[in-house]
Design a protein around this ligand. Structure first.
Ligand SMILES: [Zn+2]
Length: 134
């Protein structure tokens, strides 16, 4: 497995693959769950999830504010397909069209706060249109 060196975008320190329990605590133990955590954690509160199988980072490291933003963006976006308005696949295509993203870029785990805001605005707009149509 090729090991990629990842750096924290906030402080520039290296980020290391660590079990999720290193951040969430052993009480909420999630087996086989890993995070890339800034080496300065907890002084620098920055991390991102890793894919279970490949151990590749799911996106860029995020601090508390960005993590909250991404959760909000995910909620807004998940409504698009969970509501039955479109399929999950269509929802990702819709997102790519609205925000001019490639397949590679269309992952909320890779979004900046700005992109999260834009996605939330687009989802709210779609929800509003849906209400008018209904
Ligand atoms: Zn850091």
């Amino acid at each position: 497995m090729k090991k990629k060196q990842i750096h924290c975008p906030y402080c520039g320190a290296k980020a290391s693959l660590r079990p999720a329990s290193a951040v969430y605590g052993t009480a909420t133990k999630v087996p086989d769950s890993y995070l890339y955590v800034c080496d300065r954690y907890p002084r620098c509160d920055s991390y991102v999830g890793a894919h279970k199988r490949t151990k590749e980072p799911m996106g860029t490291l995020a601090n508390g504010d960005l993590r909250n933003k991404r959760i909000q963006a995910h909620k807004a976006f998940d409504w698009m397909w969970k509501s039955g308005l479109m399929t999950k696949w269509q929802a990702y295509k819709w997102m790519q069209g609205k925000l001019a993203l490639t397949d590679e870029q269309a992952h909320i785990a890779k979004f900046s706060e700005y992109m999260c805001d834009r996605l939330i605005i687009e989802c709210n707009r779609a929800l509003e249109n849906q209400r008018i149509a209904a």
